[in-house]
Design a binder for this molecule. Structure first.
Ligand code: DCC
Length: 213
C-alpha cells in the first residue's frame, strides 16, 4: 500500500494535510453549502429584473471579499491519519467545492466504493433528468477512487458509459464502483448508479493507467 500511497502523491499530488484544520474545513464546507443553495436559487429564481440586478451586485461584492486573500491552488487530495484520502476541493466529493453535489462516499474493506447523493435541478439535462455528462463525472470519479482503493491508482484512459434508463434529479441516488482486474499499469473498474427504485440507471467501465513519471 506504500507504493500506492506514493503513486497517489505522484499522480494526484496527494499530500499530508497542510494545516487547513478541521475547524477551517467545517467553516469552508458551510460556505460551499450556502453557495450550492445560491446556485440552485439562481437557476430557479423568478424574481423581477430589478431584484436580479440587485442580487448580482451583492454577489459581486461577496466574491470580491473572498478574493482579498487567495490561495495559489485549491486544497489538494489529502491523506488522513487513518491512511484514507479525501478530495476536499474536488468537483464530485469535495465538501469545499460548491459545484460538487457532494457525493458522500465510503471505501469498504473489499475495495468497493459506495456513495449516496442527490443531484438537484442545477444538474438537469433532459427535463426532470440528470445530464448524462454529470452522471459520467460522478462515475469517473468513483471509478478512479476504486482503482486507488485497489492499490492501483491511475489516470482515466478510457470511460465507457451505458445509459440504461433516465436518472431522475431531486431524489436520492447511489453509486457503487469496484476494481475487477489489473494488468501491468492498467486497472479495469466497473461502476453503476442506482435510482431510488433500486433500478440501475447508468453503468460504466473505466480503464485507469498508472503513469510512469
Ligand atoms: C478522495 C480521493 C480521490 C482519489 C482518487 C481520485 C479519483 C479521480 C478520478 C478522476 C480521474 C481523472 O479524471 S484523470 C483525468 C482524465 N484523464 C486524463 O487526463 C489522462 C490523459 N492521458 C494520459 O495522461 C496518458 O495517456 C495516460 C497516463 C493515460 C497513459 O500514458 P502513459 O503513461 O504514457 O502510458 P502508455 O505507455 O501510453 O500506456 C500504458 C499502457 O496502457 C495502454 N493504454 C494507454 N492509454 C490507453 C487507452 N486510452 N486505451 C487503451 N489502452 C491504453 C497502453 O497500450 C499500454 O499498454 P501496455 O503496452 O503496457 O500493455
Amino acid at each position: 500500500m506504500t507504493e500506492a500511497r506514493a503513486a497517489m502523491g505522484r499522480i494526484f499530488r496527494a499530500r499530508e494535510p497542510r494545516g487547513l484544520g478541521e475547524e477551517r474545513v467545517e467553516g469552508l464546507a458551510e460556505l460551499a453549502a450556502r453557495v450550492r443553495e445560491l446556485t440552485e436559487a439562481v437557476v430557479l429564481t423568478d424574481v423581477d429584473d430589478a431584484e436580479v440586478a440587485a442580487v448580482a451586485a451583492q454577489v459581486a461584492e461577496l466574491t470580491a471579499r473572498l478574493n482579498t486573500a487567495r490561495r495559489q491552488e485549491p486544497p489538494s487530495i489529502e491523506f488522513g491519519a487513518d491512511g484514507a484520502f479525501r478530495h476536499l476541493a474536488g468537483p464530485v466529493t469535495g465538501r469545499l467545492n460548491p459545484i460538487a453535489p457532494p457525493v458522500e462516499v465510503a471505501v469498504h474493506e473489499d475495495g468497493t466504493v459506495r456513495g449516496v447523493f442527490t443531484l438537484n435541478a442545477v444538474y438537469e439535462g433532459p427535463p426532470g433528468c440528470v445530464h448524462g455528462g454529470v452522471a459520467a463525472l460522478v462515475l469517473d470519479h468513483v471509478l478512479g477512487m476504486a482503482a486507488a482503493a485497489n492499490g492501483t491508482p491511475g489516470m482515466t484512459a478510457t470511460l465507457d458509459m451505458r445509459y440504461r434508463r433516465p436518472t431522475p434529479h431531486g431524489v436520492p441516488l447511489t453509486v457503487e464502483a469496484k476494481a475487477v482486474r489489473s494488468e501491468g499499469r492498467r486497472t479495469f473498474v466497473e461502476a453503476h448508479i442506482t435510482g431510488p427504485d433500486g433500478k440501475v440507471t447508468v453503468e460504466a467501465t473505466g480503464m485507469f493507467v498508472r503513469p510512469v513519471h
